[in-house]
Design a protein. Structure first.
Length: 100
């Protein structure tokens, strides 16, 4: 039997892409790795086929060993500091979901 996995799915509408890339996006990948996660998808310019809330959405999917690892990352002081770097750069929706 394979180990349960958990995914963090982020949909973003970036209003200041350059500031997001120069700050938040430079810091967070190392934290994801430190807490046991890995990126599965990172992309921009997406279009919703149904129910969208913005044009040209960016999306990120990270895979985690389990929900506890993803939650430890999200709740960590290191991520709290990094998250402040994205303030004012856009709107974000974040979903944490277990794989079936």
């Amino acid at each position: 039997m394979s180990q349960p996995r958990c995914y963090m799915i982020v949909i973003a509408h970036l209003s200041d892409r350059q500031r997001f890339l120069d700050g938040y996006a430079r810091v967070v990948p190392q934290l994801v790795e430190k807490f046991g996660g890995r990126y599965v998808i990172r992309g921009s310019g997406g279009s919703f086929l149904e129910g969208g809330w913005c044009d040209r959405a960016s999306a990120l999917v990270s895979e985690w060993p389990d929900r506890a690892a993803a939650q430890a990352f999200w709740d960590s002081p290191e991520y709290a500091a990094a998250k402040r770097l994205r303030e004012g750069t856009g709107e974000f929706q974040v979903l944490l979901i277990d794989a079936v």
